[in-house]
Design a binder for this molecule. Structure first.
Ligand code: PGA
Length: 243
């Protein structure tokens, strides 16, 4: 699975360019998902690309200016939504508890939440990344049952690797992905192997193949490189098993 997170970038012209570039390929072994800014979601008309919101409200409806509900995302055709991206956690003060509620709102509407976790640099340097990630996961895991858990995609995005050009090495990423899968397995042993865990943080066409080759890395959450047609389609081709 490859997810392109445009963040607050992109325009209608790029929607058309990227859709045209992706349509030249047959991605039958990879799910390609685009998370454009909310106002561009309905500019896509391709049936080949799945769409995701970049965020969703933890509430059902009401006086929440600027927020978008899971029901609204479902109505405009989103199959996925990012939940708890580090930029939302850091710049909008989202808590682990709120993020668990957001994931639940999505699941209730049949939308698959892509729950993002990942440690800041000082936690990595203190070798405390596992505790940090376990704490981020705990409220999500206790909010759902095993059936609901099956409908979640997780993304490991170390904050020090996001937008910095310094990706985690495949081995470093694999180590944390395995740790995440083990935590999931403690909650629901039989489903842990089926759950997709994506890596994000400076994924590009140079490092994608080695990252995707790791046992517990099931795809990528791609920021910067999703803003260039060539880079993004190449990453999707690699995830599709092409060379
Ligand atoms: P990046 O962003 O690929 O530009 O590092 C990834 C993300 O924030 O999802």
């Amino acid at each position: 699975m490859v997810v392109g997170n445009w963040k607050m970038n992109g325009c209608r012209q790029y929607v058309n360019e990227l859709t045209a570039a992706l349509s030249l390929h047959c991605f039958n072994s990879v799910d390609v998902v685009i998370c454009p800014p909310a106002c561009l979601i309905q500019s896509f008309n391709s049936i080949d690309v799945m769409l995701a919101g970049q965020d969703v409200s933890d509430c059902h409806e009401g006086a929440f200016t600027g927020d978008i509900s899971a029901k609204m995302l479902a109505e405009i055709g989103c199959k996925y939504v990012l939940v708890g991206h580090s930029e939302r956690r850091e710049k909008h003060g989202e808590t682990n508890h709120q993020i668990a509620q957001k994931a639940l709102r999505a699941i209730e509407q049949g939308i698959i939440p892509i729950v993002c976790v990942g440690e800041p640099l000082h936690m990595k340097e203190a070798k405390a990344e596992q505790d940090y990630i376990a704490e981020q996961l705990a409220p999500v895991l206790s909010a759902v049952n095993c059936e609901q858990l099956k409908q979640i995609v997780f993304a490991y995005e170390p904050i020090w690797a996001i937008g910095t050009g310094k990706s985690a090495s495949p081995e470093q990423a694999q180590y944390v992905h395995k740790f995440i899968r083990d935590i999931i397995s403690r909650k629901c042993e039989s489903t842990a192997d089926e759950i997709r865990i994506l890596y994000g943080g400076s994924v590009n066409f140079d490092n994608a193949q080695a990252l995707f080759a790791q046992d517990d890395i099931d795809g990528g959450l791609v920021g910067g490189a999703s803003l260039k047609c060539d880079s993004f389609t190449t990453i999707c081709r690699y995830a599709n098993g092409e060379h």
